[in-house]
Design a protein around this ligand. Sequence first.
Ligand code: 13P
Length: 254
Amino acid sequence: MRIPLIAANWKMHKNPAGTTSFFRSFLPLVESAVHCEIVICPSFLDVETAVAAGRGTRVRIGAQNLYWEKEGAFTGEISGPMIKAAGCSHVIVGHSERRRYFGETDAGVLKKTVAAFDAGLTPIVCVGERQEKNAAATLAEQFRGGIAGLSDEQFAAIVIGYEPVWAIGDGETATPAVAADAHQCIRAQAKERFGAAAANQLRILYGGSVKPDNAGKLLAEPEIDGFLVGGASLDPVSFAELVNFQTDVHAGHA
Ligand code: 13P
């Protein structure tokens, strides 16, 4: 069985004080959430605060981006080993906002994913179509360019985040059936390239306007192994609700 994972992507929100207060409210609310992994990805500047606040709990910390070189004259960049040394276990790679606003390409996503793996981080590699109708072709292209070049060992270490760009941020969620179709499409690519066992182990998270009131229906799809949550993860109560929801659903299957 694939262990569910729920990840918060705080994007460019919060500061150390806001991070501390989030953890103070959030941690007591998820004490019984033992059936899923919880990862919080704050801004780089809040990683230290988040790592300290999460120490001794089940909450892991991730970064939102990395550069593929280990060190050097790359002003403004942060490397995998730096992120690892700061206490992170995960890193988001190739988020659609990075692709859209910062020119990230599938080739760059592949290099970053390998760099994350080399640093001992779990990459959460994001894919997703811009327009609703192009899903299968876009996912195939992103898989070919950004993921197929991994070795078997590297592939076994990644998590994929499926985030249809049209569903991010504006409250328009993909229906559970649309999301499940896209996940199947990704899993089929994985099977073709890495084999059935590896594809079956692969965790695929759904992201795009996930909220406590639509999470249940999405999680009822066996293809959906968890969530990558933006807006609703900023509030400790709603994010805890999502975590506990997930725990309840999967506890029922356990
Ligand atoms: P929202 O949950 O705000 O739609 O953001 C999704 C996302 O981009 C998470 O990475």
